[in-house]
Design a protein around this ligand. Sequence first.
Ligand code: NDP
Ligand SMILES: O=C(O)[C@H](O)[C@H](O)[C@H](O)CO
Length: 339
Amino acid sequence: METVLRWGLLSAGLISHDFATALRSLPRSEHQIAAVAARDLGRAQDFARRHEIPKSYGSYEELMKDPDVDVVYVAPQHPQHLGAVLQCLAAGKPVLCEKPLGVTTAEVREMVAAARARGLFLMEAIWTRFFPAAEELRALLSQGILGEVRLVRVDFGIELEQFLDRSTDWAQAGGGLLDLGIYCIQYISMVAGGRRPEKIHAVGLLHAKGVDDTVTTVLQYPGGLQASFSCSITTKLSNSFTVFGSKGEAEIPPFMHCPTELVVNGKSTQFPLPKVADTEKFNFSNSIGMVYEAQHVRQCLLQGLKESPVMPLAESELLADILEEARRQIGLRFLQDRA
Ligand SMILES: NC(=O)C1=CN([C@@H]2O[C@H](COP(=O)(O)OP(=O)(O)OC[C@H]3O[C@@H](n4cnc5c(N)ncnc54)[C@H](OP(=O)(O)O)[C@@H]3O)[C@@H](O)[C@H]2O)C=CC1
Ligand SMILES: O=C(O)[C@H](O)[C@H](O)[C@H](O)CO
């Protein structure tokens, strides 16, 4: 592969716009957007014009066949991830797929198995992990600066139901757990070193539209680490992360899912976002931070890696397992759940 990474974007939706805007801020010698595809050609063409993308398609399949696409960014809503990812892999394209990778643990395992069988790169876009603040957190954890980590608290609650239709759309696997809870669990799993929890207990309030409204889950890991998280699509929560150890504590203030600050034993370090022109508008907070995951994907591909060492596929499977167990305990089933 040449050093320039040529992206193909699947979907002309909200986060795809943010990702395209972030990519355009990177050196063209390293990242270019070769094509965009949407279910509707007109929308794909409008998106392409807005982002100066040379090619637009009215179907995902056409983009996957494009030899000028080196890697595909899969960004439709949750239920469409599985089909798009499997088709990309079948077409020989490496994939960065938006979170959650799948609606169920079975979907995630199917995608992981397909990527491994084809020897192709696949990563779940847990973009949080690639922010410098998160990298610094990982470093201090690995250096044992906090001593023995004992407890994690994290929550993510936004009144999404008021402005994001998909958040309450049961047919689109809406709700807080898959959309917001995954950010909480990925932090917990980071602290736990990707180990599997030995106990999971979840309580939840279901929304009138059948998705999860607000969920609180506690987890215990071998060795005694305890963690709790809450997620909500109707209630604003603290949206912060804290880890407590035998020698100190570290906190990431809101919005923890796209962090720009790390506080260690009361000492704050700022990690400012990359500069971007004021004329660039994003749909979601701190989306310019998507450059970090894009740069990571390029480095992985240049090194011939088939998965990310920072967001490994086994951990995507683990996150899916935890999400599914929490859903089971609160009585939330989606179309994709097997009988
Ligand atoms: N990393 C982050 O910060 C964020 C990640 N996300 C993730 O990105 C994904 C997309 O979220 P977002 O951009 O807000 O979603 P949108 O509501 O913008 O929908 C994205 C695309 O999904 C497709 N789509 C929508 N509804 C349907 C349907 N009923 N059937 C088939 N396809 C449909 C459309 O694709 P098309 O354009 O091809 O018609 C649409 O443009 C989600 O999985 C979400 O978790 C979302 C926000 C932030
Ligand atoms: O991934 C995300 O950030 C979520 O999809 C939320 O929908 C978003 O943060 C809402 O602001």
